[in-house]
Design a protein. Structure first.
Length: 628
């Protein structure tokens, strides 16, 4: 029988998801109508103008077209595989006003790389219009598909009766202990004790297991070992994550370990290594593919001759039957060869996985995934292994009502609360100087995370403090609001950030920076400040030799990354002590734990100090600096 608490909670999830769906759809409509084109371009949601390239049929028999961005090529964009897009044309009326006219056809990104994108266009008319038209652009379209998949997944889970999905649903929403096998311990001496314990707990889990990996504790290393050991007992596993980037990362690590990965969907980072394990690339590399291509060409040629061909239907049926036979043969062989099937959570609904079922599902970065998205993949598995850190970035929820209602509470968090016995926390970190790590460990992880001895005292300069807070409260720095949902900037703080990095680089010395590849991350919570900082660094001649070593991005853009030096520009500076979404402390946990050896925070302590977390952080940095 279905558990009433589970059904009640899932109905609540569905209601909150409907609120989020309506909010995001309305925001897209408002943005499309009200926000100027230049704003969309600056936000990375549009390319204008574009140039149409060649069109061709890809290996999955979809008509695709290459397009190129010809202006604003330094702006980081949000286009990636699977996202819907629409083309538009800018026209001018008689009064000199410009207007956006959208094409009727919605298209899909096949992959995007820098200033080049391949789009599945669906029909030749759209491709011809883009290739030969003037003043053409492309922008992200509202993503109905992912919401539809999440709604379907929640409905399926709520309606499940007397099957494995129903069992997992009731188990996850109760305090009933999860079942476990009683295997003997597998010794993995190259892992530390908490990592080894986590792998063994994964192997013993019959229903569910959580690998909790605080920053720098080797979560990916542990997960790769767990997958490798699981494959000694199972022929194939499903590995998913919320984002394409997270799927790319775990796929790359598994491939380096010698594990045969079949990536469903195209990677975010398009290079030969990443493409080599995608379904599409493997499909077109198959020995039978030339025969299939010839049959498809014959089908397209036959369609052109339809009015003249007297036995058209018989010939078409014969060719299509042959094409289907070859497609199924190639697909079957590719899936049979693979040890790991990797996709995003939404990608687990891909038609290629229809009818597939797996003993084990691994969900990486599970703390960033909405619960409904997790259920898309869980329906294909007997047991689920979650990996992530619920003290770092949460799922993105745009509706305040849905956020307050609990939509951002993930399935992983729910299980951590209900079943602490299935949680294995990794406790030794290999990234940060002890001082940088200590505040995060004490505040977010109950002081349980420790530094590995070899990195405990790592640093760049002798007699340097690993953490510095440059206080701008005495400066004439003031935040500026520059538009709805685009954010804030602080020009004085941006200039100070650039001069601080220049000064620190001068202390280290040019040759040492280049020889040792000392890299830097400049982080700001606000996208507008990020773009301002990119412009300032790009225009500064001093940084020309080092540009390949400097990354500037939002907190979300640095998730899962690390740098030798991290500089954080907090931006907020006002008399009221308003700090906006900096109240989401998990984001700041991500920001401060990206640094290996040096962390510099630049911000107004009088503004930030209104919040107890930032007050404690400021006091910690000040006391750590003065105690040495």
């Amino acid at each position: 029988m279905p558990d009433s608490q589970a059904l009640l909670s899932l109905r609540q999830q569905r209601l909150l998801l409907e609120i989020e769906y309506a909010t995001e759809r309305e925001a897209y409509r408002r943005q499309t109508e009200a926000i100027g084109l230049q704003r969309k371009v600056k936000r990375g949601d549009a390319w204008y103008p574009i140039r149409g390239g060649v069109t061709y049929y890809n290996s999955l028999n979809q008509l695709v077209m290459e397009i190129y961005r010809t202006q604003d090529t330094d702006i980081e964009h949000n286009f990636e595989y699977g996202r819907p897009v629409c083309f538009f044309r800018m026209t001018e009326n008689g009064q000199g006003e410009t207007k956006i006219n959208y094409f009727k056809q919605t298209c899909m990104v096949n992959y995007a790389d820098g200033n080049r994108m391949v789009v599945i266009v669906g029909d030749t008319a759209t491709a011809t219009e883009v290739q030969h038209g003037e003043h053409i652009g492309v922008q992200l379209f509202f993503d109905e598909t992912t919401y539809r998949l999440m709604f379907e997944a929640l409905d399926r889970v709520m309606n499940a009766r007397d099957n494995r999905l129903a069992y997992l649903r009731n188990l996850f929403y109760s305090r009933t202990p999860a079942s476990a096998f009683s295997f003997s311990t597998v010794r993995l001496p190259w892992l530390n004790p908490t990592q080894e314990k986590a792998v063994n707990n994964v192997l013993r889990a019959k229903d569910v297991m959580v690998v909790h990996g605080p920053p720098g504790t080797g979560k990916t290393t542990t997960l790769v070992e767990a997958i490798n050991e699981t494959l000694r007992r199972e022929s194939q596993v499903l590995v998913c994550a919320q984002s394409n980037m997270a799927v790319d990362w775990i796929s790359e690590q598994l491939t380096d370990r010698g594990i045969h990965v079949l990536r469903i969907g195209n990677p975010t980072r398009v290079n030969d290594k990443m493409l080599s394990f995608t379904y599409e690339r493997r499909f077109e590399s198959h020995p039978d593919y030339p025969d299939l291509w010839a049959v498809r060409c014959a089908i397209r040629e036959l369609r052109k001759q339809r009015p003249k061909k007297h036995n058209y239907h018989q010939a078409m049926d014969r060719l299509q039957s042959r094409a289907t036979e070859l497609e199924l043969r190639i697909q079957s062989q590719l899936f049979n060869e693979a040890h790991v099937i990797a996709s995003t959570l939404a990608g687990a609904a891909n038609r290629l996985l229809d009818g597939q079922h797996y003993s084990t599902l691994f969900i990486d970065e599970a703390a960033q995934a909405l619960e409904a998205a997790c259920w898309i993949a869980i329906r294909k598995a007997n047991r689920v292994i979650f990996a992530g850190d619920h003290c770092q970035l949460p799922p993105t929820v745009k509706s305040l009502a849905a956020l307050k209602g609990g939509l951002a509470k993930t399935l992983m968090e729910r299980i951590v609360e209900n079943k602490p016995e299935v949680v294995a926390m990794l406790r030794v970190q290999y990234r940060m100087n002890e001082q940088i790590m200590r505040f995060s460990s004490d505040y977010f992880y109950g002081g349980k995370v420790e530094s590995a001895p070899q990195i405990k005292y790592r640093g760049i300069l002798d007699y340097d403090h690993p953490m510095t807070w440059i206080d701008t409260s005495d400066m004439d720095s003031q935040e500026e609001f520059i538009g709805e949902s685009f954010g804030r900037i602080n020009r004085e703080e941006a200039a100070l950030t650039v001069s601080t990095l220049e000064s620190y680089f001068s202390k280290i010395g040019r040759q040492r920076i280049l020889d040792e590849h000392i890299d830097v991350g400049i982080i700001s919570p606000y996208r507008a400040q990020v773009q301002l900082l990119r412009r300032l660094v790009g225009q500064h001649a001093f940084f020309k030799p080092y540009r390949h070593l400097i990354s500037i991005n939002t907190v979300d853009g640095f998730q899962g990354q690390e740098r030798d030096i991290i500089i954080i520009s907090l931006v907020r500076s006002n008399k009221e002590g308003q700090i906006g979404f900096l109240r989401d402390l998990r984001r700041m946990n991500v920001a401060i734990t990206r640094a290996r050896m040096k962390l510099i925070i630049i911000g107004d302590s009088s503004t930030m100090g209104h919040h107890p977390f930032y007050r404690q952080l400021y006091q910690y940095v000040e006391s750590a600096s003065s105690s040495e």
